[in-house]
Design a protein around this ligand. Structure first.
Ligand SMILES: [Zn+2]
Ligand SMILES: [Zn+2]
Length: 203
């Protein structure tokens, strides 16, 4: 996974001493694919991260808060959704030695641990996990979004309350088609229709 320069923080000046703290403030833009399938951070949208990094013996504890501009779609009516949200995350980034020790102890997920780099730490994976957890799997524009009409695909919210479609018995639909053609025919030639009216009056 490509890391984003905007979310990589320098830890050279974080003292290698348990309990040492460094506060960071990032004013950056969101990378692609930060979020869930139907809703996530808008790529290139504003992303402000404040975090407190605490040096622990085996790594760095990151307690962060991110302000993200979300964009997505309602899963029922496909209306565009946009809003700002704040998410928080607490993650431990292991030193490579500590991660190797975890693996040696039989931790099968050791290679999925967040790791501290030599001089920096990439917040992106932690932020990505926190967003995926925080965001709805099926975002809605409203809790009771009525969705789309199953017949015509229009948004039910945009249609009158009594919107419905005639449910014709399929056996009659062919006949309905013929009747519609018959109705349309006289209008196509108004002169003929007038002539017929005259004829009727004469009778
Ligand atoms: Zn909706
Ligand atoms: Zn409809």
């Amino acid at each position: 996974m490509a890391s984003t320069a905007g979310l990589v923080v320098d830890i050279v000046d974080l003292p290698q001493q348990i309990g040492a703290i460094k506060n960071i403030h990032l004013d950056t833009v969101a990378p692609a694919d930060l979020g869930a399938e139907m809703i996530g951070a808008q790529e290139g949208g504003p992303l402000v991260v404040d975090a407190e990094l605490t040096c622990l013996g085996n790594g760095v504890l990151v307690r962060g808060r991110a302000e993200v501009h979300l964009s997505g779609q309602c899963v029922r009516c496909l209306r565009d959704l946009e809003n700002d949200t704040i998410i928080t995350f607490d993650e431990l980034f292991f030193t490579p030695e500590a991660a190797r020790a975890q693996a040696a102890e039989g931790d099968e997920e050791a290679d999925e641990l967040f790791m501290v780099g030599d001089t920096s730490l990439d917040l992106e994976p932690a932020l990505r996990d926190a967003l995926v957890l925080a965001l709805p799997f099926q975002p809605l524009c409203r809790e009771d979004c009525a969705g789309l009409c199953s017949q015509c695909g229009e948004r039910l919210d945009d249609l009158p309350a009594d919107h419905h479609h005639e449910q014709l018995d399929p056996r009659w639909s062919a006949l309905a088609g013929l009747l519609a053609d018959a109705d349309a025919a006289p209008a196509a030639d108004a002169d003929d229709a007038e002539d017929q009216d005259v004829d009727r009056r004469r009778r």
